[in-house]
Ligand binder design. Structure first.
Ligand code: SF4
Length: 380
């Protein structure tokens, strides 16, 4: 889709151009274990064949760097990005093997407390410059930097927009302009608000759009469309990622759905879902290298099945694949499940109910759903 109205700064990420009048780039992320080089290489090709302009990989520690190096060697022509999450300290080891690194401003404060945020960002900028790569400033509503939450009490939207704007200013202060920004949440309305606000604040900065943990198709596609159709129609968004909970052999559908949304917006076709979001809302992560047990996707599908009887109730259930993001990302849900290697942690809001085996958690979830319904309806 060619952009016409809003012109962001055009930057190069590996073999692709993002921003300005460049076509919108659809990207996706490998859900295979990064240490499993064969599977990750195969999935990177699977995503690229489907039309992914950028393929992202998660890296959790330095031990995975040799695997990344081998993945790079076996994926010539594919633009690779790495998601550093809390591991920004390994950026220097990762950078020689990728075209872009993503860091989360909400994950910089609690490690290396003796160094300031500007010092840490300066370090990342130097690594990016030395390795001729780009950066994504990836702000997430579930992990906003505490300084900004304190500065804007009760106003999460301002906190995330200002946190992103601050990091843009830091990059520019260090003479670096080859960056994109993302402001993500699992709620499409928040994604729209945050991206519109950020665009008004920094119209020049290229934006990566995403609705996190959109979940299983078809609901995950609908949630994503709600935000993307409106934003893309306003020429907001230079690169997109559709996050769907899918088994590995169907992971490329994230990419085909992304292209379909772009084509539909371009043709003026909008899928209207007037009553979407009035009942049960199941959010689930798209899984990645960090997923703790391969049963995760199946678990998300079963959660949908066993709670189907209560679909008219406005209950949010979050299903997350790992301990990195699982505990935090489930805090706002009425009921949350996050996967460990052999057990699933079940929560009610931010209170832990317990750890259950994979085959025991669903009956307990059903009990908790019944309790919630009883609390809300006053039934015994
Ligand atoms: S919750 Fe964990 S497994 Fe799921 S996408 Fe996020 S980091 Fe990956």
């Amino acid at each position: 889709m060619e952009q016409s109205k809003r012109k962001t700064r055009r930057i190069r990420i590996g073999g692709v151009e993002v921003g300005g009048d460049a076509p919108i780039v659809v990207q996706s992320m490998c859900a295979t274990r990064t240490m499993d080089v064969d599977k990750t290489v195969a999935q990177a090709h699977q995503l690229a064949r489907a039309g992914a302009g950028i393929v992202r990989i998660a890296l959790d520690n330095e031990k995975e760097v040799p695997a990344l190096k081998e993945i790079r060697a076996q994926t010539p022509g594919i633009t690779l990005s790495v998601d550093l999450q809390e591991n920004y300290r390994i950026a220097g080891k990762v950078a020689p093997h990728v075209d872009k690194i993503r860091y989360n401003p909400g994950h910089l404060h609690h490690i290396e407390k003796a160094r300031t945020i500007p010092q840490k960002v300066k370090g990342l900028v130097e690594i990016a410059r030395d390795n001729d790569i780009a950066i994504r400033i990836g702000v997430n509503c579930g992990s906003v930097a505490p300084t900004f939450l304190e500065k804007y009490p009760g106003d999460q939207l301002s906190a995330i927009v200002e946190s992103a704007a601050y990091h843009c200013e830091l990059m520019e202060e260090f003479g670096f302009e080859r960056f994109v920004v993302s402001l993500k949440d699992s709620d499409p309305a928040k994604v729209m608000d945050a991206n519109r606000r950020f665009t008004a604040r920094r119209p020049d900065v290229p934006l990566h759009l995403g609705v996190t943990e959109a979940g299983l198709p078809p609901d995950g596609i609908i949630k994503t469309r709600i935000a993307f159709e409106k934003l893309l129609a306003q020429s907001i968004g230079d690169t997109i990622r559709v996050s769907l909970t899918l088994p590995n052999d169907r992971k490329h559908e994230e990419v085909t759905v992304g292209h379909a949304i772009i084509e539909d917006v371009k043709a003026g076709r909008f899928i209207s879902v007037p009553d979407f979001g009035t009942g049960m809302n199941i959010i689930s992560c798209p899984s990645c290298s960090r997923v703790e047990n391969e049963k995760f996707v199946e678990l998300a599908q079963y959660v949908k099945e066993v709670t189907g009887y209560a679909k008219q109730y406005k209950i949010t259930i979050a299903v997350m694949g790992c301990r990195v993001n699982g505990p935090g990302e489930t805090d706002d849900a009425d009921l949350g499940l996050w996967c460990g290697p052999t057990t699933v942690n079940l929560k009610k809001k931010n209170r832990k109910i317990g750890n259950f085996k994979y085959d025991e958690v669903l009956p307990r979830l059903r009990v908790e759903v019944d309790r919630l319904i009883a609390e809300r309806t006053g039934a015994n």
